[in-house]
Design a protein around this ligand. Structure first.
Ligand code: TSJ
Length: 644
């Protein structure tokens, strides 16, 4: 855009004027302190820091549009239509405010000491951090009829504030290129930015945020604009689920400097999705706002249920009961938020608990009084959940008693290994009896156990906990792993630290893989969180020439290996055969291709983030067909072989 002017200015700019900015040096020395990490997550964080400033302008009531663009070459441009960062010279510093915003490290960053401040004065929190970590950064401010421009490199001024044109609008535009010296990767992921911006648009009702990818071959754009704010957020989270009542219940209130809002809607599933935010920052570890919400929800529903005669006598529904099938968004805004916990993702301000509790107590009680039909649906769901939980507890107790009497008998189908130290052992969960037989024959029995599974597996997404306990397909898995299930799950009792799902690279194989993963995700989540779950990746092709044999895991690799084996002799006879299925391999072949730690390929299953995983599982395993098709088409490149 203004490249031409800039080049000229840069050439004439005297290098001696470049100052070493001490505050920003600290950012370059320990970038992780300011943006969390220098991996892809830190790279994306730069964008959030800049956008936060534009959102502050929107919260102040002066901006209603923000545009975020990935340019060719992975630079980022953020534009808003706010008042424009002030450009006048400050009395204290003798410098334009714009310069101060970009060159002075502001206290109160999210990762530095102290909490986030929604300051009254100049915002610019984070702008100097982004500047310090950018190979170059350019800012343009439209204000007072002028376009003011300033450029920086790694935090140093390369072009002082200059008027480069006139304008009839106001706003701020920032373009930056993250510094390759600072980051492990420079490639932006559009989906990540889009998801984050959509979340911000939901959290700031009425604000229009658009995202655009201008990289060649990847062009796309989206505009997000939600007048209903978190009310629309809750409805959107339920978009692939089946709500059990019409409309989202919305509650809000404020006290002193704090505001809180809550939106809830129940669906017919057995899980909950509760998303909480403080000052637009996601708090996955919860905190005071979430606690206030949960306590009030349980109390209000019990009180109403008893009063309305739906809950009889001294009966009660538990917190878990009233959260079954719940989708909730909680958003609070406060000055001086205290972020605590391992990842600074938990809100510590106790006054917020009282505020949210009061809002839910008053507003939800009112809502239930005014909408008795909805109240009845919600309470009946909680009562059913309560009965199912009781049944599950009885089933669990009877399994526990049985084990106590007989000793924990390992499943008959399990071929266990000799080694007992879980750190050294692995279990292959194998689809089908014949593959199970080959695996048993081919394994190294010192440390590899085999558990064959067969027949139709229970889809836990469509079953309540009481059906899962005592299920004859899942029970062998539970007993073999030895760590219990659900609330009882104790990862320290796990009998193998590698749980390897071995299934064919075809439709049936991916189906059983998804079913097992759904089961682990819902009932043994720490197993995935600890990184103990793997998928075996069987090769697809065998390529041989003479006595040399190579394995290929994709078609590209097949071509590459065939070319390698041919070498300089294009006419050499290279034999390519396709592996049909695990069940058709003999024990030796299975060992060499899929089980030998020296040569096999394992894919570790990661729990990327709860929302994404929940979406994957709900969409892939839930009842609605259309979203499943859509999801698979969109994600085909990520979901390896999930060709359901
Ligand atoms: F962070 C940043 F500096 F990089 C940045 C700031 C980036 C972007 C895209 C936008 C902004 C920004 C800042 N947008 N709007 C503002 N507004 C102010 O800084 C501002 C304007 C006027 C007044 C005033 O009191 O007149 C006060 C402020 C803080």
């Amino acid at each position: 855009m203004s490249e031409e002017i800039l080049t000229k200015v840069e050439e004439t700019y005297d290098a001696s004027q470049i100052q070493v900015l001490e505050g920003l040096e600290a950012v370059r020395k320990r970038p992780g302190m300011y943006i969390g990490s220098t991996s892809a997550s830190g790279l994306h964080h730069l964008v959030y820091e800049i956008v936060d400033n534009a959102i502050d302008e929107a919260l102040a009531g002066y901006c209603n549009e923000i545009h975020v663009r990935i340019n060719e070459g992975d630079t980022i441009t953020v534009t808003d239509n706010g008042r424009g960062i002030p450009v006048d010279v400050q009395a204290q510093t003798g410098k334009p405010a714009l310069e101060v915003v970009y060159t002075v490290l502001h206290a109160g960053g999210k990762f530095g000491g102290g909490g986030y401040k929604v300051s009254g004065g100049l915002h610019g929190v984070g702008a100097s951090v982004v500047n310090a970590l950018s190979e170059w950064l350019e800012v343009q401010v439209h204000k007072n009829g002028n376009i003011y421009q300033m450029r920086f490199s790694r935090g140093n001024i390369t072009q002082p504030m200059t008027i480069v044109g006139t304008t009839d609008r106001t706003g701020t535009t920032v373009t930056f290129k993250p510094d390759p010296e600072m980051f492990d990767t420079l490639v932006y992921d559009y989906e990540t930015l889009h998801t984050r911006m959509r979340e911000q648009a939901f959290l700031n009702a009425g604000l229009k945020i658009s995202t655009e990818d201008c990289r060649v071959g990847q062009e796309q754009k989206h505009t997000m604009h939600y007048e209903g704010g978190i009310k629309e957020f809750a409805a959107w989270l339920n978009r692939n689920k089946t709500p059990i009542h019409q409309g989202v219940i919305y509650m809000n209130g404020s006290k002193e400097d704090s505001v809180a809002e809550v939106a809830i809607q129940y669906n017919d599933s057995y899980n909950d999705t509760i998303l909480s935010f403080a000052n637009n920052i996601h708090t996955p570890e919860g905190g005071m706002h979430e606690t206030g919400f949960k306590t009030a929800l349980t109390r209000v529903l019990n009180a109403y249920g008893q009063k309305a005669g739906i809950i009889k006598g001294d009966d009660k529904v538990s917190g878990e009961d009233v959260r079954e099938g719940l989708t909730a968004v909680i958003s609070v805004k406060l000055t001086d938020a205290q972020f605590e916990g391992q990842t600074k993702a938990k809100l510590g301000n106790a006054s917020i608990r009282t505020l949210v509790d009061n809002i839910v107590s008053t507003k939800l009680s009112e809502y239930l009084e005014e909408n008795p039909a909805v109240a009845k649906i919600i309470l009946e769901k909680a009562m059913t959940a309560n009965r199912a939980r009781e049944a599950a507890r009885r089933a669990r107790d009877s399994i526990r008693r049985k084990n106590a009497l007989e000793g924990a008998t390992l499943p008959g189908k399990l071929s266990d290994c000799n080694e007992r130290d879980p750190e050294l052992t692995e279990i292959y969960i194998v689809e089908g009896d014949s593959a199970g037989g080959s695996a048993k024959g081919g394994r190294d029995a010192r440390f590899q156990a085999i558990l064959p599974l067969w027949g139709k597996m229970l889809n836990v997404e469509k079953a309540r906990a009481d059906k899962v306990y005592g299920n004859d397909k899942l029970n062998p898995v539970i007993t073999a792993l030895g760590a219990g299930i659900g609330e009882d799950f104790d990862v320290t009792k796990l009998r193998y630290h590698k749980v390897i799902i071995m299934a064919d690279a075809d439709v049936d194989g991916s189906h059983i893989r998804t079913l097992l993963l759904t089961f682990f995700f819902r009932f043994m989540r720490p197993l995935i969180e600890h990184g103990y779950v793997y998928a075996a990746v069987p090769p697809l092709f065998k390529i041989s020439r003479g006595k040399t044999t190579k394995l290929a895991f994709s078609e590209e690799e097949r071509e590459q290996l065939a070319a390698e084996l041919r070498g300089d002799n294009p006419n050499a006879k290279v034999d390519i055969s396709r592996f049909k299925g695990l069940g058709e391999m003999d024990p030796h072949e299975l060992w060499e291709t899929t089980m030998n730690p020296e040569t096999r390929v394992l894919k570790r299953i990661e729990l990327q983030d709860a929302v994404a995983a929940d979406e994957t599982f709900t969409v892939l395993m839930g009842e609605k067909v259309e979203p499943r098709k859509e999801f698979i088409e969109k994600k085909a490149k990520y979901v390896v072989n999930l060709d359901i």
